[in-house]
Design a protein around this ligand. Structure first.
Ligand code: FMN
Length: 325
């Protein structure tokens, strides 16, 4: 059973991948998406999105990272996949799930699900462009405007030679609104022979059990749930081995966030200082009341020194109170 860390544009950069994979339980990561239009991209672009290229495509803890491409044209996608592999990528992931208007308007992400032939052509072009020992995976939603053609898109990925398929159990039109339709993943899993990875709305070990039962998938992908509780993967693995791992305390989660704040300061423009911290806090506050208060205290703060002082106060003040049951 493998746990994948979901790709999250604007949130899960290489530093977050490093931090989250230090807490055991995650078996596979994916980069933020590299946008492909019609130009071949230089090596430095792949390195920027995936500094792990310098480390055999692994996080410092040794967890493999796939390089994610997003685009609608088979040939440029194939050419850039080839270049990514030349730059050191050891696995390519193709994005057919992004719901963002700007991305869909420029012919990328979930809008491609309207036409399974386009999905087939992109997967097939990339599969043929890279050596056969480089896995090519795809990530889809259950559809664009509705959930009617997921089997066609899933089959298109398999027929085109994808090595595995991650399925976010909602259509583009469903957005991020619960529920996740895990039973649809179950149908896909039954019909396909490649590994299928279930994704969407797994926030706890209990959710994992339900998703497992409804989808029949051994492999899962965790996104927001891992940000909301950074040792969720560890808890699920503990459950599977008949042991127990408690959710991280707020103090521990805050230490992680503080560490991320410090190491990420130099890599993002000063005017965006704290943005990614606030984004992460939005998820942490779903589990930790203290994160809600901390978010309120810093939400308008952009000054790095003031943010650092707020972290210091927060860490000094927090008790090791357990996460809410
Ligand atoms: C802020 C944000 C950014 C995302 N970026 C990507 C992306 O770059 N590529 C992708 O395939 N999915 C992306 N997703 C979708 C997630 O990978 C995942 O499918 C979705 O969040 C559902 O899983 P979860 O309920 O475990 O979070 C993003 C989701 C969010 C919330």
């Amino acid at each position: 059973m493998r746990i994948h860390l979901a790709p999250m544009e604007g949130v899960i950069d290489y530093l977050v991948r490093d931090i989250l994979t230090q807490t055991k339980g995650i078996d596979q990561c994916v980069t933020e998406f590299v946008r492909v239009v019609d130009q071949p991209l230089p090596r430095r672009v792949f390195r920027r999105f995936c500094p792990e290229l310098e480390n055999q495509c692994r996080t410092p803890s040794g967890v493999p990272v796939k390089l994610q491409l997003l685009g609608g044209q088979p040939e440029p996608m194939a050419e850039n996949a080839r270049r990514a592999v030349r730059a050191g990528a050891q696995a390519i992931d193709l994005n057919f799930g992004c719901p963002a208007k700007t991305v869909n308007k420029s012919d990328g992400g979930a809008c491609l699900l309207r036409d399974p032939n386009r999905v087939f052509n992109i997967v097939s072009a990339v599969r043929n462009a890279v050596p056969s020992d480089i896995p090519v995976s795809a990530k889809i939603r259950l559809g664009f405007a509705d959930r009617s053609n997921y089997m066609d898109n899933a089959r298109a990925c398999e027929d085109a030679g994808a090595d595995e398929l991650a399925v976010h159990a909602r259509s583009k039109a469903d957005g991020y609104k619960p529920p996740a339709y895990w039973e649809c993943i179950g149908e896909i899993k039954q019909k396909l022979t490649i590994p299928v990875i279930a994704n969407g709305e797994i926030w706890s070990v209990e959710d994992y059990k339900k998703c497992r039962a409804q989808s029949g998938c051994d492999d899962i992908m965790l996104g927001r749930g891992l940000l909301a509780c950074p040792n969720l993967a560890q808890q699920i693995k503990a459950y599977l081995t008949g042991t127990h791992s408690s959710p991280m305390t707020w103090h521990q989660a805050c230490q992680i966030l503080h560490h991320y704040f410090r190491i990420s300061l130099p890599i993002y423009p000063q005017k965006h200082a704290g943005n990614r911290i606030k984004q992460w806090l939005m998820y942490l506050r779903l589990n930790y009341p203290e994160a809600r208060d901390f978010f309120e205290a810093i939400k308008r703060e952009r000054n790095p020194q003031a943010l650092e002082a707020a972290f210091q106060r927060q860490l000094a003040d927090t008790t090791d109170a357990r996460i809410r049951a």
